[in-house]
Write a protein that binds this ligand. Structure first.
Ligand code: TXA
Ligand code: MG
Length: 352
């Protein structure tokens, strides 16, 4: 299959009547799969009502079929016809944060979606992305659009159309190229079907931001790597984002990381470091890539997946990564780094 690439300017005032988006929307209506930018990462969209269309998403990504998809909408009034029992907390979150990097889990209205979207669950995750191209594309289809991240399963999520093509060229009908995505990590997934909302996946919107609006918010205890509980979000149990070389997270000073690097180099290994703007010039390693600035963790989220992907074009045997405080967007950054590292840590002050 030839994958069409449409380059569309994000910043034009009026996207209505844009011929490229019209063509992409027509393919979605014909049950083809099309990738498009959102404010978090690129999504791989398909008609959420069609088994045939949704099957193509799983096929193109190589995604396990027990992992449900997020459904994207362009107008809040689409929600009523898709879900039931919208709680007061969910309403407040919608008012405050949609469009934005927040997926809310609701009870699903029966008979609306392809069963492949929900993977047989009676709940569904819905979000309204804050990106002009995504919103206009979805509006044009007049459909709810199922869209996981547009990467091959297991790879870092794509933050450019180039990343999408690296993984899926020839496997999908097209990609709308809107340049770099903004947030850089996926949306926060919050379950609003219980009494107290619970974060199932940390993401672009922080726990603290939501607590300001709705009070107490829980975090799925299974996200803590020390427990053996099954995560409530099926996708969280899979290994993800890993570069080809093993990644080790380091809890220690710059000098300690440099010592780890030097020791591995003495063993004859080529060593990479995931650094920050503040430290990148000082490391002596084979490959050093800064994933943003420690002064503003949003820049780390923005660049993280590009950094993880970049190591695959480099000749390294092992990668050491700096780590970040788990506050604000730091919770999502560390969740993704933990997955990329397969939970491997090296600690300077290890107390047994
Ligand atoms: O930012 C994002 O959310 C991106 C963009 C494209 O919108 N999408 C995305 O989708 O990250 P995906 O499919 O890669 O991740 C969806 C996550 C998975 O961990 C999945 O298990 C979880 O959401 N999920 C979906 N429906 C669920 C449900 N009903 N209950 C619990 N978890 C659910
Ligand atoms: Mg994904």
């Amino acid at each position: 299959m030839k994958t069409i690439q449409w380059s569309v300017d994000n910043y034009v005032d009026n996207l209505s009547g844009n011929p490229q988006l019209e063509e992409a929307a027509e393919l979605l209506r014909q049950n083809e799969v099309v990738a498009f930018p959102t404010e978090t990462v690129y999504g791989l969209g398909a008609n959420a009502k069609s088994d045939i269309a949704v099957a193509k998403i799983y096929e193109a990504k190589g995604r396990p079929s027990d992992n449900p998809l997020i459904v994207h909408i362009a107008e809040i009034n689409q929600l009523e016809e898709l879900v039931t029992n919208i709680s007061e907390q969910a309403q407040l979150l919608i008012q405050q944060f949609w469009p934005g990097p927040l997926t809310i889990i609701f009870n699903c209205r029966p008979g609306i979606f392809s069963e492949k979207v929900t993977a047989g669950m009676d709940t569904v995750g819905i979000r309204m992305p804050d990106h002009p191209l995504a919103l206009e594309l979805i509006r044009l289809t007049k459909l709810p659009i199922a869209a996981p991240s547009a990467n091959r399963s297991g790879k870092p999520s794509p933050t450019t159309a180039r990343h999408v093509l690296d993984d899926l060229n020839g496997r999908i009908a097209g990609v709308v190229d809107g340049g770099y995505t903004g947030v850089g990590v996926e949306s926060t997934v919050i379950d609003c079907t219980g009494d107290i909302p619970m974060i199932l996946r940390p993401g672009g919107l922080s726990k603290e931001q939501m607590e300001m609006v709705i009070g107490e918010v829980l975090v799925d205890p299974a996200l803590n790597s020390d427990t053996n509980d099954r995560p409530k979000s099926p996708g969280m149990k899979y290994t993800h984002y890993a570069p080809d070389a093993p990644v080790y997270l380091v809890d220690g000073t710059f000098a300690y990381i440099q010592e780890l690097v030097s020791n591995k180099q003495k063993e004859g290994l080529k060593v990479g470091v995931i650094a920050t703007e503040e430290t990148k010039k000082d490391y002596r390693a084979d490959v050093v890539i800064a994933c943003g600035s420690r002064q503003d963790l949003k820049t780390v989220a923005h660049t993280l997946y590009d950094t993880l992907r970049a190591f695959n074009n480099q000749d390294v045997d092992i990668i050491f990564s700096e780590t970040f405080p788990i506050e604000g967007i730091g919770l999502a950054i560390m969740n993704r780094l933990e997955k990329a590292a397969g939970h491997r840590w090296v600690r300077q002050n290890k107390v047994d």
